[in-house]
Structure formats: C-alpha cells, structure tokens
Design a protein around this ligand. Structure first.
Ligand code: SAH
Length: 366
C-alpha cells in the first residue's frame, strides 16, 4: 500500500487489519510528515518486525528531484520532479513574508491549450495521483525543514479536470497529522470548468478560488483559451459567484497582460465593467512571461500601470503580480521545456542528482 497521502484513520484501519496496534499509525505519520524520515529502517521507535513488514507491504513514493533551481534572490526555488513512470512535473516554492508557499502541479501536461502557457504545449499525459500532489509539498518540507504555510494549485494542469485527486490531496494537507494547512491558506486556480466550480462550492472546504479570466469578453477569451469555446464568460462568472456566496471566500480573477491582445485602454474599461459588480473580488494582473516558444510580450510598465488604474477606477481591488522566479523559468511549464532542450540559466542549477541531493541536504539539516 502507498502510505503517502493516506490519513490517520486509513493507516489505523490498515494496521489494525494486519494485527498491529492502532497507535503505531500516528508514529508512522510523525516520521513521514514531522520528521521527514521516509526509510522504514530509520523508524527506530517501531519494532523491527513491524519495520520489516512495512518494507514488504508498504511504500512511500517520494518523487525524484531531476533539477533544482534557486533564483538569485533566494526567494524562489523550483524543482523538476520525476515520478516512478518517468513523467515529470514542476513544483515551485515561494518564500513570502508570511511563510513558505508551495505551488503544486495537478496533472502531467495539460489539455487546455491556452496559448500563453508552456505546460500545455505537449497536451495532457495523465492526472496526478493524490500521493503525487502531496509528494510535491512533502519534498519541499523535507528540503527546508520548515513549516509550509500555504498551497497554491497553480502549477501544470487543470485541477478541476483532476477533481477527485486534487480535492483529496487538499483535504489531506489540511489534516493535523500531515501539514495542518488551513483551507484559507489554499488557493486553487482554474480556467473555469463550470460544473466542477459548482461541485467545489459544495465540498465544504473554504479554499480560495482563482479564476483564470485573462480576457474582458468571450471573443478575446476564445482566441487565447480554447475553453472559452465551451463555456461562456457569463456562465463561468455565475458559477464563481455561487462559489463566493457558498464559501464567503473572496475570489481572485487572474488576468495575464499580453501586449496587443488583451491589454488596451478600451479592454481595461471592459474588464472594469465586467467585474465591478462582482461582490468582494480581487483582480490580479500578470504581465505575461514569454520565451522562445511563446512569442508573447508584456506591455510596458507604464501601460501596465495605466491598465491597473483604469480597472481600479471602477471600484475594483486590483494588484499587479510580483514577478517571482523569472530567472528560473518559474512560470508554468517553462522549466520542464527548457530542461528537455538542455539547460543554461543564471540561476543555481543542480542537474540530475536524483534523490542524492535531497538526501545530502536532509543529512546536513538533521
Ligand atoms: N489550469 C489552471 C492552473 C494552471 S495555470 C488555470 O488555468 O488557472 C495558472 C496560472 O499560471 C495562470 O492563471 C497564470 O497566472 C500563470 N501562467 C501561465 N502561463 C503564464 C505565462 N506565460 N506568463 C505568466 N503567467 C503564466
């Protein structure tokens, strides 16, 4: 049995079923999530017979670190991780003033096809399992030996297309015996799968919802996000409003600013009109990150400021996202693509050391 991502009750029943005392479950979880010990041989509080039994019947599938990059300012760290089947995803750590925030991926690749996003260029490979989402957070915890304060589901993939596993992972990360992260410190970003926004509203977990809006009307949205052809903005906004009404959580609208596409003065007015009556929302403007595959450009600082001021003039709360991790290709999917091509960057780059690097770091900190 895979132990990663199983909660106390599940591990208890499993152990009891195999004639081990119930209290061993909590000890096992403490080893994994509080002390970051993943080798059964090192769990010395457990009797030898049990350790041997665990080795034979259970596993803790920690992903392998393929590449580790740290931005020059030390505030952003990005891991390219590999799972047992050789599929890879990216996970980003952002050190914020309030604590460590981990941005997790929910799928390998993505089916959504947004033109600005590097994660979707090869299409969708597969959904991540619950334990693979949890494993991304666990690896950063193990590297830092510090508390993880918040989670954003904003890496590769569309989390509402991998609904069950993503929600199960968030519920697990909330549990006291794992990371004890409050739902209010979790954000899930979606391109707007309407039915599943309604489902999420009824889950009873008050996480923050971020909607990738990215356009002030259906025509522009369809040009840059194929999902715009399936759901009309009015329906997406209705679903998001219901989410707000049921959870009382302030909603974030993400809006990537792309020069010549969605960032004109007229479009700023249109965006202001679109969201001005939405109760308690925040618009987060994100100057687009381009690269050699994504030939899109951000507007000038001046135009970005002008856009922001116009939206704000409608009484809407609006911020421009701090660009963390540009130097390490921290934007969605960029590191993976770059790694595939072979890498060079001005950031600290640890190539292909698999688990050894993590083991070394952990040994140092213990
Ligand atoms: N599928 C989900 C989550 C993944 S994308 C969604 O659509 O929301 C989440 C976010 O990644 C986007 O909203 C945007 O904030 C960011 N992003 C993707 N590509 C980007 C790029 N080229 N430049 C800057 N931000 C980008």
């Amino acid at each position: 049995m895979e132990l990663l991502g199983k909660n106390l009750g599940e591990i208890q029943s499993f152990l009891v079923e195999h004639k081990f005392p119930k209290f061993r479950a909590k000890q096992l979880m403490d080893y994994i999530y509080k002390r970051y010990i993943f080798d059964f041989d090192d769990m010395m509080q457990l009797p030898e017979t049990m350790r041997n039994w665990l080795k034979e019947h259970c596993k803790i599938s920690i992903p392998t670190i393929v590449t580790e990059k740290t931005a020059p300012d030390g505030q952003t760290k990005k891991l390219l991780l590999r799972f047992a089947d050789n599929n890879q995803v990216e996970t980003v750590l952002m050190k914020q003033h309030y604590g460590n925030s981990v941005c997790v991926s929910s799928q390998v690749g993505c089916a959504m096809g947004c033109i600005f996003c590097a994660s979707t260029t090869g299409g969708l490979y597969r959904n991540l399992e619950t334990h693979e989402i949890v494993g991304q957070v666990l690896l950063f915890g193990a590297l830092l030996k510090e508390r993880i304060h918040s989670i954003v589901v904003m890496g590769a993939g569309e989390p509402l297309q991998n609904y069950k596993n993503t929600i199960q992972a968030l519920r697990f990360l909330h549990e006291k015996e794992s990371f004890d992260i409050g739902y209010r410190r979790m954000t899930l970003s979606t391109c707007g799968i309407v039915e599943n926004i309604y489902l999420l509203a009824d889950e009873g977990i008050p996480i923050t919802l971020a909607l990738s809006l990215h356009a002030p009307n259906d025509t522009v949205r369809r040009e840059i996000m194929p999902i715009g052809g399936y759901y009309e903005l009015a329906d997406v906004l209705d679903a998001v409003k219901t989410y707000y009404e049921k959870t009382d959580r302030r909603v974030t609208f993400e809006y990537i600013l792309i020069d010549g596409v969605n960032s004109s003065i007229a479009q700023a007015h249109e965006l202001g009109e679109l969201v001005k009556d939405f109760p308690n929302c925040n618009v987060n403007l994100i100057p687009v990150n381009g690269n050699e595959h994504i030939h899109l450009f951000k507007p000038s600082k001046r135009n970005t400021e002008a856009f922001k001021n116009i939206v704000a003039s409608y009484g809407v709360s609006v911020t421009v996202r701090k660009e963390m991790g540009d130097a390490i290709q921290a934007a969605c999917g960029q590191l993976k693509i770059q790694h595939a091509k072979s890498s060079d960057s001005n950031a600290t780059d640890t190539e292909e050391k698999s688990g050894t690097r993590l083991a070394e770091e952990m040994a140092k900190k213990q």
